[in-house]
Write a new protein. Structure first.
Length: 460
């Protein structure tokens, strides 16, 4: 102050107050000093500094937490990526297993269909005029049984395709009795063997809009279970109309099913009456899945000790859209005598085919090996037609054999590829070679129609 030098001091008094002293010289001499209480300002400043320190500490803490969360998220993403990769591997393995199962079923069905094909042809080759009425009826029932077996095998393949999602129902307008009448005939015989009364209450001219293969399988399962699990009494197949819906029901006088089991019996490998009959418990499960694809609900009613009723409701169809089928009477249809070359690696199929062709007045050269057929072709003129199996098992399939025969004879072939393989591309390739496609077991009416087609083609 004596020197006239400006100054600024802050002093904390004993009572805790903080005083700011500011001194400045005056222009005309002298000195002025001001004293200001800045206690609150200092406290506020200190509080701000403390808050800043605390904020920095909290920011650091939150940053550590965020880094930890990010680390955990990164680990979780990696775990999910690994899980997704494992799920994809499991899915591929499951798809491969399904494909392998489908291939196995296809091969197994092919081997089973071979003797069925021979049996059907042998039955048709029998001279029905030499049999009395009763034996002819029995023979017709055998043919129906073979037809049912074929349908069951086809359904087995369908199940595998359904599991892969490769099979969807094909809806059409169909006369309901074309589905039910063969089942009535088949299961009336089975009921008679079980000493059960079998009745049917169907209606003429009733058209439904459904997939006939699916519906047949569903009703077939109802009938099969009813006869299996009914020890005495009767089985009834009935049809009722509810507005635009047709209800198909199968009633039985079996032991009945408790209500709490209604949903469980539709699960795979579930059989409620385990000691009553054979089976693995797949029937109702398959029927339920087929009904779901058809959007045709299955219902069940049952009373313990009195019996059960299984029903399925399908939409009514339109008769105007009904495709009328012409039923050919094979025994009376006549064709000219023709000569054929037949190749099939199954001797029984060859023998049955020869017997049927000879019954119809035609002749044939038969071979079980492709090379023998080719050797014959090199030394003989082209026949009226060929009937070639697809899977010949000797490094050459029926399509390759057909191409080789065309090359030898220098002319297009008339005839058919006859096979238990039902793949679409095989059918397309056969058509490209000018051959018809006949699926085993061959229906005699189809074979007769083929002969008539060959006959007409050769006359042109």
């Amino acid at each position: 102050m004596q020197q006239g030098t400006p100054h600024r001091f802050i002093r904390r008094r004993s009572d805790g107050r903080v005083i700011e002293m500011v001194g400045n010289p005056l222009p005309n001499g002298g000195f002025v000093t001001s004293f200001t209480d800045v206690t609150e300002h200092i406290e506020t400043q200190q509080a701000l500094e403390d808050a800043n320190i605390d904020l920095e500490a909290r920011i650091q803490s939150r940053s550590r937490q965020v880094r930890e969360v990010n680390r955990e998220l990164t680990e979780e993403i990696e775990r999910r990526r690994e899980t997704e990769a494992e799920l994809k591997r499991a899915k591929r393995e499951a798809e491969a297993a399904n494909a392998s199962k489908t291939r196995f079923l296809a091969l197994a069905s092919h081997d089973i269909l071979q003797p069925l094909n021979a049996a059907r042809l042998y039955i048709e080759a029998i001279d029905h005029t030499q049999l009395n009425e009763k034996n002819n009826q029995l023979l017709g029932k055998v043919d129906n049984a073979l037809d049912s077996t074929e349908n069951l095998l086809s359904t087995l393949l369908s199940i595998a395709k359904m599991e892969q999602g490769a099979m969807q129902p094909k809806l059409k307008h169909v006369d309901l009795n074309t589905i039910l009448n063969p089942l009535v005939e088949e299961y009336s015989v089975l009921a008679e063997q079980q000493k059960l009364e079998f009745r049917s209450r169907t209606r003429e001219g009733l058209v439904v809009h459904t997939d006939p293969t699916y519906l047949r399988r569903i009703v077939q399962n109802f009938l099969s279970n009813a006869i299996k699990y009914t020890d005495q009494g009767s089985v009834l197949l009935g049809v009722r109309v509810h507005g635009r819906l047709v209800e198909i029901s199968v009633w039985d006088t079996g032991p009945g099913i408790p209500e709490q089991q209604y949903e469980k019996i539709f699960e795979a490998f579930i059989r409620y009456h385990k000691g009553s009959a054979s089976g693995v418990g797949l029937g109702l499960s398959v029927a339920h899945r087929m009904a779901a694809q058809l959007s045709s609900p299955i219902s069940i009613r049952s009373t313990l000790g009195k019996g059960s009723c299984f029903s399925v409701r399908v939409p009514m169809g339109e008769a105007v859209h009904l495709v009328r089928q012409r039923h050919q009477v094979v025994n009376r249809a006549q064709t000219d005598a023709m000569h054929f070359v037949c190749v099939d690696d199954d001797p029984e199929n060859i023998n049955a085919l020869r017997a049927l062709l000879e019954k119809w007045g035609s002749s044939c050269e038969t071979f079980t090996r492709a090379e023998d057929a080719l050797e014959y072709a090199r030394n003989h003129p082209k026949p009226a037609g060929v009937l070639l199996d697809y899977q010949l098992g000797q490094g050459m399939d029926g399509l390759a054999l057909a191409e080789a025969l065309q090359t030898i004879w220098g002319e297009p072939l008339q005839g058919a590829l006859v096979t238990a393989v039902r793949e679409g591309d095989v059918k397309i390739q056969a058509r490209k070679l000018g051959l018809q496609f006949l699926a085993k077991p061959v229906k005699p009416a189809q074979l007769k129609a083929l002969l008539q087609h060959i006959q007409r083609a050769n006359r042109r």
